[in-house]
Design a protein around this ligand. Structure first.
Ligand SMILES: Nc1nc2c(c(=O)[nH]1)N[C@H]1C(S)=C(S)[C@@H](COP(=O)(O)O)O[C@H]1N2
Ligand SMILES: [Mo]
Length: 331
């Protein structure tokens, strides 16, 4: 996908051909490479959040090891029991458009991202707006390992052992005012560190949002690591959001700003392609993407497909958040 496909190409053609041609060559041959701004300006429809099906190939070197996180406590009660996706796949098959629109590109290019030091601005409807070094921001909050399923809207999934702090714990500490109804998140904007921001493939900076009660849900995590180590750049260093019952693109990476506010914030993929991606973006196998079914998914590393579960298998825990809402209208 990158963004657009030529009108005579079906999604399945793009996927299959990119698999054996190699994505870059395919994009070049199809005349799709570098289409970004021009295509967006021409009003062509956007593809999915991340869109090539090429898996990490053996020629991509593994990322440098992160630092071991100390004080990490497992949370089995909130963890999936399915086999975990290998570290190598989680860190070499990525969607991070600020680095690359290829799946293997972010791992190759993440060296330009400098995660230390890392400052997060917290503002809006909180008691005391301020900027924090990320270490002091999360200091003293419970640091837990949570094994979560992640379902990308493109139709693939992984099982990832995140290390992170519950967003609720941070928000409580920040003391939202009574006017706070939503939380807005913003990714770093710095084309020197995130060279993909020189292209117009998406409007930058990437932004996302949650309703305050979604943000306060016990499953919602601010991740600073995976497999017990600090987050690699390609997975969203220094800190990223993880909301396991929503499609993966809600999990905004490399966050530098958190704003509590009264109104629903815009979210990047919804702005880019509102017919295809809503604000809520809860995993829902009964609502097809306009260009493909969401009924099944392929777990990275497995062959064949498995059924996609309502709310990605977290319905017992989160369905009550949406009681009385039309999940087709508020998709
Ligand atoms: N800033 C930013 N955040 C992002 C993205 C992105 O391109 N930019 N991609 C999203 C998508 S589509 C998915 S599926 C997940 C992928 O996370 P992973 O690469 O760590 O598996 O990150 C999400 N967060
Ligand atoms: Mo995604």
């Amino acid at each position: 996908m990158l963004i657009k496909r030529a009108p005579d190409l079906r999604w399945s053609d793009v996927t299959d051909r990119s698999l054996y041609l190699g994505r870059r060559r395919f994009l070049r041959d199809a005349g799709l490479a570098g289409l970004g701004l021009a295509a967006a300006g021409a009003g062509l429809s956007l593809g999915a959040p991340g869109c090539s099906s090429k898996e990490a190939d053996a020629s991509v070197p593994p990322p440098p090891p992160g630092a071991k996180l100390v004080g990490l406590v497992k949370n089995p009660a909130l963890s999936a029991t399915e086999p975990m996706t290998p570290f190598k796949s989680i860190t070499t098959y990525n969607n991070f458009y600020e680095l690359s629109t290829d799946k293997e590109g972010p791992a190759e290019l993440a060296g330009t991202l400098r995660p230390r030091p890392w400052t997060v601005r917290v503002d809006g409807e909180v008691k005391a707006p301020a900027s924090y070094d990320v270490d002091s921001l999360v200091k003293g909050l419970p640091l837990e390992e949570r094994i979560y399923r992640m379902r990308c809207v493109e139709g693939w999934s992984m099982v990832i052992p995140w290390a992170g702090v519950p967003l609720a714990a941070l928000l409580k500490r920040l003391e939202p005012t009574p006017r706070a109804k939503f939380v807005r998140f913003e990714t770093l904007y710095d084309p020197a560190q995130l060279p993909g921001q020189s292209s117009g493939v998406l409007p930058w900076p990437y932004v996302e949002g949650l309703r305050l009660d979604e943000a306060m849900h016990p499953l919602t995590l601010l991740a600073i690591g995976l497999y017990g180590e600090t987050l690699p750049g390609q997975d969203g260093a220094r800190i990223r959001l993880v909301v396991p019952w929503k499609y993966g693109f809600k999990g905004i990476k490399s966050i530098v700003k958190i704003t509590l506010q009264e109104t629903q914030p815009p979210s990047t993929w919804n702005v880019a392609s509102p017919e295809e991606y809503g604000f809520y973006s809860n995993v829902n196998p009964t609502v097809d993407h306009p260009r493909w079914s969401q009924k099944t998914e392929r777990r990275i590393g497995e062959f064949g497909k498995r059924d996609t579960l309502m709310f990605n298998g977290y319905a017992d825990q989160v369905a009550s958040l949406y009681a009385g809402m039309d999940l087709r209208k508020y998709f």
